[in-house]
Design a binder for this molecule. Structure first.
Ligand SMILES: NC(=O)c1ccc[n+]([C@@H]2O[C@H](COP(=O)([O-])OP(=O)(O)OC[C@H]3O[C@@H](n4cnc5c(N)ncnc54)[C@H](O)[C@@H]3O)[C@@H](O)[C@H]2O)c1
Length: 373
């Protein structure tokens, strides 16, 4: 029996290309695993009315963690049009499989390293080494949304919050509400993980990114938990920065930042910005970690125009496999993989189109695998 059991979800589009590439590396490392393929993505929405079939969820529950490629997602109306006509009467509504997996498996922490590999022509600077911790299941993405907003909800809100009164005369159809929900538990968890990571990896500071001067209640809760947590980690500084200023500072002085920590939406924004500083989507790996399960994925989408062309950069998927190896305590293999990625980038002989080269996805994977061996 293999040592590790991995749910293998390539999804669709370039998700399939980049996971094939990641497999070449894992094999070269001699990673002892059973890979269990699962159905997820657009094809299953169109033909079954469910982009994340129950059989996939059940299969995932039998595995230690999941490596995920990418999926195509579309707005509700477009999704409804592409559903197979015989399924129309059944009232299926499209949902994002990745958001559902995060919520179902309680993958509360999104971790995204943004490290500049020396010699990458896409680096903004060569001395950037940021790790973003983003709360993954709450905040503005918790899915608590209303449109139209029933009158009784507006009346209830106005009773509790005078600032809601100015909206009370709008017609229900002309109002939409998305609720930003923070729990103390999730706030404490995300800042604790950011600080523990900083301690383990000798990082000097953790920057909490919020907007507590405007979003007083939710932002204030995260910040107060950050201050309490920081007091338990002497030697690691807590920096507090507003999201808008953070975007500016990340472009101006990214090299001074080390660990960033934020709620769901601000974390989403700063992790994309940080990723772009070190080469963009082709390099942006991520881990979604819960107490009992984890999912690793490149952060790019399915890039339909490149699907099946064996053309895109597989580094983000390969580096996501590295995060999986670390999660499974295969630290030595993880280090070999990262060193191999570093060498391929530094040598600069085998590069995909986004780095100015003409190599294929598989060429890059084979080159990384060669250094792994
Ligand atoms: N987690 C996910 O699976 C995920 C994330 C984002 C978007 N999506 C979905 O993917 C589909 C396409 O979305 P999009 O076009 O906005 O974003 P995308 O990330 O798929 O691609 C945008 C562009 O970035 C470049 N790119 C992306 N990955 C690359 C790689 N590995 N190497 C080189 N270049 C790369 C390509 O030029 C591509 O056209 C949509 O349906 C969207 O909803 C899925």
């Amino acid at each position: 029996m293999a040592k590790h059991k991995i749910a293998w979800l390539p999804g669709d589009g370039i998700g399939i290309d980049v996971l094939n590439a990641a497999k070449i590396i894992l094999d070269a490392l001699g990673f002892d695993a059973e890979y269990v393929p699962g159905d997820v993505g657009w094809e299953f929405w169109c033909n079954e009315g469910n982009p994340l079939p129950d059989r996939t969820i059940e299969m995932m529950k039998t595995t230690h963690c999941c490596l995920f490629g990418a999926i195509t997602s579309k707005p509700s109306e477009e999704a409804a049009r592409e559903l197979a006509p015989h399924l129309w009467p059944q009232g299926f509504v499209y949902f994002s499989p990745i958001v559902k997996i995060r919520q179902l498996f309680k993958l509360h922490t999104n971790m995204r390293p943004c490290k500049a590999f020396k010699g990458n022509p896409l680096n903004f600077r060569d001395d950037i080494d940021i790790v973003v911790f983003r709360e993954n299941t709450e905040g503005l993405y918790s899915g608590v949304e209303l449109h139209p907003v029933p009158r009784e909800v507006m009346r209830f809100l106005a009773d509790y919050q005078p600032k809601a009164r100015r909206f009370i005369h709008e017609s229900p159809d002309d109002l939409a509400i998305s609720v930003r929900v923070y729990t103390r538990k999730a706030c404490r968890s995300i800042v604790t993980q950011a600080f523990e990571y900083a301690k383990k990896h000798n990082r000097p500071n953790v920057t909490v990114v919020e907007k507590p001067n405007v979003l007083r209640e939710t932002g204030g809760l995260l910040l107060s938990e950050a201050r309490k947590t920081a007091s338990q980690f002497p030697g690691i500084e807590l920096w507090e920065t507003n999201i808008d200023a953070m975007c500016m500072w990340l472009v101006k002085n990214p090299q001074i930042y080390s660990v960033l920590c934020a709620g769901n939406m601000f974390g989403d924004i700063i992790s994309d910005l940080s990723a772009q500083l070190v080469g963009g989507l082709g390099f942006a790996s991520s881990a979604n970690i819960g107490d009992d399960y984890a999912l690793f994925e490149p952060t790019h989408g399915s890039a339909p125009k490149y699907a099946g062309m064996n053309k895109v950069n597989p580094m983000a998927a390969i580096l996501s496999a590295k995060l999986m190896l670390e999660y499974l305590k295969e630290d030595e293999k993880a280090q070999v993989l990262e060193n191999a990625v570093g060498r391929v980038i530094a040598e600069g002989k085998v590069r995909t189109y986004d780095m100015g080269g003409g190599a294929s996805t598989t060429d890059v994977a084979e080159e990384v695998a060669r250094f792994c061996r």
